[in-house]
Design a protein around this ligand. Sequence first.
Ligand code: HEM
Length: 487
Amino acid sequence: MSQIDVPILREWLRAHNAEAFRSWLEQPRAWIVLLAAAGLLLAVVTQVVAAIGRRKLRLKHIVLSDETSSPKARALQYCYRPREVMLKGYKQFRDTVYGMDTRDGVKVVIPPSFLDNLKSHPHLSFKQSIDNSIMAFHRQRTNKYGETQDWTKVKVHDSILKITGTNNARVFQSTAASLDDEWITASTGYVISTFDCIRALKEWPPFLRPLIFRLIPQRAAIAEQWRIGRKRVKQTVSERQQKGGDLEDPPSVLDLLSDGKNAQYAADLETQLLYQMTLVAVGTVTTFSSIIQAIYDLVAYPVYIQEIRDELASVPRSSDGLFNKDSISAMKKLDSFIKESQRLSAPDLSTFQRGATADLTLPDGTFIPKGTKLEVNTASIHVDSIHYENPHQFDGLRFYRMRQRPGEENKHLYYSVGKNDLSFGYGRHACPGRYLGHLNIKLILAELLTRYDLKMVPGLSRAKSFDFEALCAPDENYEILIRDRRV
Ligand code: HEM
């Protein structure tokens, strides 16, 4: 086609005597340019019409709006004083839906009474809600407490991270992986760099993050940790192939993700690597943070130390003297203690974090557009006197006593979930790793209490936590006094 003959255009050109344009139109590529322009115009018009027609999120209540009219200022307050802001929202709007300004836009906070209705909602996704909302404050990894007859000051933070990483490496991958120092350093380092990276990213507006991500320094550390991870997983996969079956008995998560309907992934290095790095990211930080918080509570409330030790001495053991499943279930006071510690210092201040994958309507009629983030105000629910007597007081045997009530023997366990007991979330995405987390926490604390005396450094008070948006991280620099009981 050498010339386009569009009657309207022809008339317009005649009327305006646009010679230059007419001659341009005679070129063959003019047809393509005009079509592309028309397509672009159509796309823009469609988007504008859709945006005008799209229903927006409209919330009656926004936390802090009575104090400041600036959403940015409100988001900043939530960022650095989340517990306080959340409690304020909870006190004002407890049983209703309300909004909270964050650096990622408005999050919708729903009351626990909606949980049963929403727990399996097809348009609410946990994955969709993950907006890098994790952070931690740690860097050094130096301490060992070894055999020490005298009271010695130690920072337990880094060593507990290493022990948790080692135990998890056995469960997630293999015995060899748990003995591989390079992998333990890389995987525990990954926990730290990922959160540092996320914290650095949060300083930027969401639309710039995909670009900034490439420039932040922690990215190099993460790349190196993935490189070491790839090397480790390659070794594990090939050891498994040589053996011709599961590497471990009981099988590791990698074994389970290589068998049955997962057999197709047995030799898929990148998939197995992704699984391992994800497990480390979700399973190691939460567990080690819970252990550290429990240790800080043990030294802050030493009255429970002997009581838990006595219980540990009385639980059944296997014939070789080791703890087994029955021992773990019999550690009821320890169970209660770690649950109380978690009630007040769980790694997540809000849970049931979900992203709407399509428009939906909440039970009270609130319209939730696709893409909106929802959550439950766990930290405030956990200090509500309606649910917990003297809620701000640490009561290590609170849940132990609750389990003494007839018919409640198997309730209020560390890993139980309920509408007022939300540290592990709720519904179909409630934490599947909580049984493993609880085993790790109990075994590590049992060993620590059996082997060491612990106490608070005189003059100090209970270690502070660092809250940042929905996350609560223990103080990495807090020191406690430790003495070997066996020397
Ligand atoms: C004390 C330790 C832990 C805490 C406090 C914890 C907390 C949580 C929370 C709050 C959620 C979101 C649940 C919801 O919103 O309904 C979650 C999900 C998850 N957790 Fe944990 N977790 C812990 C240990 C672990 C461990 C050890 C693993 C791995 C073995 C793990 C794997 C996961 C996974 C895979 C999900 C996502 C579940 C899904 O998408 O359906 N967690 N965890």
